[in-house]
Design a protein around this ligand. Structure first.
Ligand SMILES: Nc1ncnc2c1ncn2[C@@H]1O[C@H](COP(=O)(O)OP(=O)(O)O)[C@@H](O)[C@H]1O
Ligand SMILES: [Mg+2]
Length: 257
């Protein structure tokens, strides 16, 4: 469980403290798939970095399982838009890396690497180097690399933002499937409203501080399992339009996709 208790963040600038968000007071439940959308520059990445422990709130506190987040922890794993795979290591060695660093024994390591490579659909590609793979395949390596550490919380910052539409949909389905099989909490940032509605249990729209700075919540009512055809359903499109209106009211400069 992740609890935000009156969380605010500002950084020092020449003009004093520049606030990005404030008064965030909410809880992300265990195993919840929580998505945050918002206009560019509203503070989504900063928010996630605070949960990861890379940055610290300047007001309030973020709690993870009842303890304040004080620093980085492998139980909270970050996935970025640009994949963080090592170009000089094979798929296998990339996925193995974190386990090795943590001193996991040979047999358990082998078993886990095999399992997670299979889970993301990369069996047969173990010996390939990242440069031999497409962007979508590299993203799968990135996911397997992170999942192999069995984090309790996945923090994802527009992870599919650089992929083409088809690859993105395939990976969205893959991610939901993985999350269904072994539930964990996911905090997923995107500026793609359809992506947020397809993936999330709940969507938070982060407004710019100049527009109130609040996080506005929307429960996503669609049953699971969801398949990609959900996006064509009238109820889905109606909700997308409702959020798009709010989104554009909030971030006049923000792009939807
Ligand atoms: N430590 C910092 N120093 C200076 N500017 C910062 C710092 N942290 C965030 N910002 C600024 O705060 C704003 C919000 O950034 P960000 O969290 O990246 O927004 P988003 O991910 O929603 O696009 C940006 O204008 C960014 O440049
Ligand atoms: Mg960002």
């Amino acid at each position: 469980m992740i609890e935000f208790k009156n969380v605010g963040f500002g950084y020092s600038s020449k003009k004093g403290i520049a606030k990005i968000f404030e008064n965030l007071d909410f809880t992300i439940k265990d195993n919840e798939f929580f998505c945050v959308i918002g206009p560019s520059g509203c503070g989504k990445t900063t928010l996630l970095r605070n949960v990861a422990g890379f940055e610290h709130p300047t007001e309030g506190v973020i709690m993870n399982d009842g303890r304040p987040v004080e620093g980085i922890d492998y139980r909270r794993a970050m996935v970025f838009q640009d994949d963080a795979v090592f170009p000089w290591l094979t798929v296998y060695k990339n996925v193995e890396y974190g386990l090795k660093v943590r001193g996991v024994s040979d047999d358990i390591r082998q078993e886990k690497v095999k399992h997670y490579i299979n889970l993301v659909g990369l069996t047969g590609c173990e010996n390939a180097l990242p440069k031999e793979l497409s962007g979508g395949m590299r993203k799968r390596v990135d996911l397997a690399r992170v999942l192999a550490n069995e984090p309790e919380v996945l923090l994802m910052d527009e992870p599919f933002g650089a992929l083409d539409a088809m690859t993105k949909e395939v990976l969205q389905e893959k991610l939901v499937q993985i999350w269904n099989e072994s539930k964990r909490t996911i905090f997923f940032i995107t500026h793609d409203i359809e992506e947020a509605l397809f993936l999330g249990d709940r969507v938070g729209l982060l407004h710019r501080l100049s527009d109130g700075g609040e996080l506005e919540f929307f429960n996503v009512p669609f049953d699971r399992p969801r398949d990609i055809y959900l996006k064509q359903q009238p109820e889905f499109q109606a909700m997308r339009r409702r959020l798009a209106e709010k989104f554009h009211q909030s971030g006049k400069g923000g792009a939807e996709s």
